[in-house]
Design a protein around this ligand. Structure first.
Ligand SMILES: Cc1cc2nc3c(=O)[nH]c(=O)nc-3n(C[C@H](O)[C@H](O)[C@H](O)COP(=O)(O)OP(=O)(O)OC[C@H]3O[C@@H](n4cnc5c(N)ncnc54)[C@H](O)[C@@H]3O)c2cc1C
Length: 309
């Protein structure tokens, strides 16, 4: 299977996240004969951290070794693992889900969200006062309300770039503010921003101003800029961003899932740290297994996938 920027590859199941939850889910789904694609980069725990409390290892194991073993095990059963950053997940035009990454795009019948917790806060004290009144976290949800208006995307990476490019469907007045960070954009995205006329401003926003919703931003250097909409897209796209675009119910920064790891959206399952609770490897692995069981049942009923062998 290959993905290009122009065309989407189709697969029954995409798992977003290659940490303990995502890999555990992949072991079960691939072993059950469900064609499984896992998208994600090395999780934080895959460093030289010492894991002493995970079942079955009587000696300390490094996070790196544990994740590497999990990756090999998932691949042994046929799961495809790809180092790709997911930028957006939407409902597909003909059902299912459309997953866009920094390298391509995929259409999937079912999705497991296993992205851990990763919301980067922008550090603007009164941001919360303007949520829903000019501040948004989802272009596909709210971009329409800013047709022809002045909007700014807050973020330094390709997630922010992708959100800014998506906003040009609604307004030509789009710029990016990196909130004092160095831009982390690939040459491809730099070119696409330049072609779309989207400027990148590296100053830091100190506060938001407006009596009836957002009217302007004040930068740390005291300069002001009139603004109608501010879209937050710091760091990497997280489970929260995917929840916004898919309509998955949340509790605070976590996704809500039932005892079988099903979300309120049929075909979308969630497992591991992104669902909150006890943030530990053992829990993430267990939830990954349960999400897999639910995804297997869904794939067999809804995606035309037959039982293996
Ligand atoms: C330093 C450290 C030490 C720890 N030590 C222990 C310990 O000793 N014992 C213990 O039980 N727990 C420990 N934990 C907690 C444990 O690591 C987590 O509970 C566990 O990793 C959760 O697994 P997860 O799969 O839900 O999420 P994560 O491990 O966070 O994995 C999330 C995955 O999603 C991917 N991802 C996120 N966003 C995107 C995107 N937009 N596109 C593509 N991929 C994306 C990431 O790259 C990653 O692969 C530790 C955590 C840390 C950070």
């Amino acid at each position: 299977m290959s993905a290009s920027a122009a065309a989407s590859a189709s697969t029954p199941l995409v798992i977003i996240g290659s940490g303990p939850a995502g890999l555990s889910a992949a072991i079960y789904t691939a072993r059950a004969g469900i064609p499984t694609l896992v998208l994600g980069s090395a999780p934080k725990v895959a460093g030289d951290y010492e894991i002493d409390n995970y079942f079955g290892f009587d000696e300390t194991i490094s996070g790196r070794d544990l994740i590497e073993r999990g990756r090999r095990q998932a691949e042994r059963f046929g799961a495809q693992l790809r180092e790709e950053r997911v930028l957006a997940v939407h409902h597909g035009d003909a059902g299912g889900f459309h997953v866009k990454t920094d390298k391509g795009a995929y259409d999937a019948c079912a999705v497991v969200l296993a992205t851990g917790v990763a919301r980067v806060r922008p550090g603007i004290d009164n941001l919360g006062d303007y949520e829903g009144k000019g501040v948004s976290y989802c272009v596909s949800c709210d971009g329409f309300f800013y047709r022809g208006k002045q909007v700014l995307v807050l973020g330094e990476g390709i997630f922010a770039a992708n959100q800014a490019l998506e906003l040009t469907q609604y307004t030509p007045h789009v710029c990016i503010c990196t909130q004092g960070k160095e831009p982390a954009l690939t040459p491809d995205f730099q070119q696409r921003l330049a072609d779309a006329g989207i400027a990148v401003d590296t100053r830091k926003i100190a506060r938001l101003v407006g009596d009836n919703g957002l009217e302007r931003v004040v930068f740390a250097d005291g300069a002001e800029q009139a603004l109608d909409g501010l879209f937050v897209a710091m760091g990497e796209a997280s489970s929260l961003d995917f929840a916004y675009s898919l309509g998955v119910e949340r509790k605070g920064v976590f996704l809500m899932a039932d005892d079988e790891q099903r979300t309120n959206i049929p075909g979308v399952f969630a497992a591991g740290d992104c669902t909150g609770g006890f943030l530990q490897i053992g829990v993430a692995v267990g939830e990954g297994a349960k999400a897999a069981r639910s995804a297997i049942a869904f794939a067999k009923e809804q995606c035309g996938v037959k039982k293996a062998g």
